[in-house]
Design a protein around this ligand. Structure first.
Ligand SMILES: [Zn+2]
Length: 86
């Protein structure tokens, strides 16, 4: 049987600018560090926040990215673009 840690619900009040502090135990569990980028999206009426990993614009790969004119590309996609005959 797989042991699953259950986190209790935390209630926080938004400050006047709509901000909250993410609980440290949640950040640790999600491997978020101070100043990490996060992405947010809506899932029904829930606001989901997760660590943002920069991805290749074309395939979603996250390792060894190359930035070209402000766009993240992985080596495989760069190699594929080089093979295009234009
Ligand atoms: Zn790619």
């Amino acid at each position: 049987m797989v042991k699953k840690t259950i986190y209790t619900t935390v209630v926080r009040r938004l400050d006047p600018l709509g901000r909250i502090v993410l609980p440290k135990k949640y950040r640790k569990k999600c491997e978020m560090d101070i100043k990490d980028d996060v992405e947010m999206y809506l899932e029904g009426s829930a606001i989901c926040v997760k660590k943002y990993n920069t991805r290749c614009k074309l395939c979603g790969e996250t390792d060894n990215l190359i930035v070209f004119k402000g766009t993240n590309l992985c080596p495989a996609c760069v190699a594929g673009i080089k093979r295009l005959k234009v």
